[in-house]
Design a protein around this ligand. Structure first.
Ligand SMILES: [Fe+2]
Length: 367
């Protein structure tokens, strides 16, 4: 078989038989086997239609870019062959619109020799290839096949990329679930050792989040604030039980021992919470005081991380309002008055104000 040279003036030549592996097989099984052929020269369109029909494509032929966009809007095609120079919307503008609206469509430009530079420019705009008029029919087939092969690779790569992203996201969710479960186990371990604080960590986490929302902190910070609230006293695992559960007043030595828990908790959790530094700050600094007389670092004012200043108010409020065997909890009003009294010395006044607003809006309430 000899390949033939086709020009607009020689459009009635016989179309060669299909190749052993037609380009059609490169179109995905769920896709329409369709090609849009765009040229203002009817005889050239006719040749391309005969060739592509012979190769098993359903052909839609149109004379300009606007009609091509309408045809694609009606039913997108995986392949589009377009002339460069046409009245109305030319091939370059058509290419731009197709790339933007139907990025999976392979576009092959058809151009006169004089316009080869423009055609090469079309490759930069996303055309898969170009054909120079006059062309051989075998050349058309070869270029179409190559264009569809490239398109298949692009589509497969994108599908693979999406599947990979879904799998990575699933793995990240599983890791986070496992991580939170292990953190919960730690919190449970503390509650077994210190039954009088049962529920304390969960309430502190909830109160801290309510204050954070009132202050308008964003979601990632809020998540760390909740996690830090949940784990803030975890260092009490390292405190002697007879001190931890002592019902009466503590000696100086006992108090100093119990106050080692922020640093113990911070050391315990540092390897696990490397990606949650604010949660770690809550654990280490929730017993810092605004006036600098707190522990373990004696930080003053804004040097205390915001999340720790929030947790300090949430922690104290829950400690004040909780029932203990040796004392009953304060009422909401008495606890609020105590927080106000210590604003500026123990607590950041801005956080105490935010706490009050959260109470007024009902975001914080006693069970
Ligand atoms: Fe604490």
């Amino acid at each position: 078989m000899t390949s033939r040279l086709v020009s607009p003036s020689a459009a009635s030549i016989a179309v060669p038989p299909p190749l052993a592996q037609p380009a059609l097989s490169l179109v995905g099984s769920g896709e329409p086997r369709r090609v849009v052929i765009v040229d203002d020269e009817p005889r050239l369109r006719q040749v391309l239609v005969r060739l592509m029909t012979r190769d098993g494509f359903e052909c839609v032929e149109v004379a300009d870019g606007h009609a091509a966009v309408a045809a694609m809007t009606d039913q997108p095609a995986p392949l589009l062959l377009s002339d460069l120079r046409m009245p109305g919307m030319d091939g370059v503008e058509l290419l731009r619109q197709v790339r933007e609206r139907w990025p999976d469509t392979a576009v092959v430009m058809i151009t006169a020799v004089a316009d080869v530079e423009v055609a090469v420019g079309c490759l930069a705009l996303g055309a898969m290839d170009y054909l120079t008029k006059p062309f051989h029919l075998e050349e058309v087939r070869a270029r179409v096949r190559q264009a569809l092969e490239k398109r298949q690779l692009v589509v497969e790569n994108r599908t693979y990329q999406r599947q990979l992203e879904v799998r990575v996201a699933e793995q990240a969710r599983r890791l986070e679930t496992l991580f939170l479960a292990s953190m919960q186990s730690l919190a449970d371990a503390l509650e077994v050792k210190d039954p009088y604080t049962r529920g304390h960590s969960v309430r502190v986490s909830r109160y801290a989040a309510a204050i954070g929302r009132t202050l308008g902190v964003d979601a990632p910070v809020l998540a760390q604030l909740e996690l830090g609230g949940h784990l803030h006293d975890i260092g009490k695992i390292g405190v002697r039980e007879q001190v931890l559960n002592k019902p009466g007043p503590l000696s100086d030595e006992e108090y100093a021992h119990i106050m080692t828990h922020p640093e113990i908790g911070w050391r315990l959790l540092s390897p696990l919470l490397a990606e949650a530094p604010m949660a770690l700050n809550v654990v280490r600094s929730h017993h810092e005081r605004f006036d600098g007389s707190g522990m373990p670092d004696g930080l003053v004012g804004d040097a205390i991380p915001l999340e720790a200043r929030i947790a300090a108010v949430a922690d104290s409020f829950d400690a004040m309002t909780s029932q203990r065997p040796y004392r009953s909890g304060l009422t909401m009003e008495a606890a609020r008055a105590e927080l106000q009294r210590c604003a500026g010395t123990q607590y950041d006044p801005l956080i105490v104000s935010a706490f009050d607003r959260a109470v007024q809006t009902g975001a914080i309430a006693l069970a």
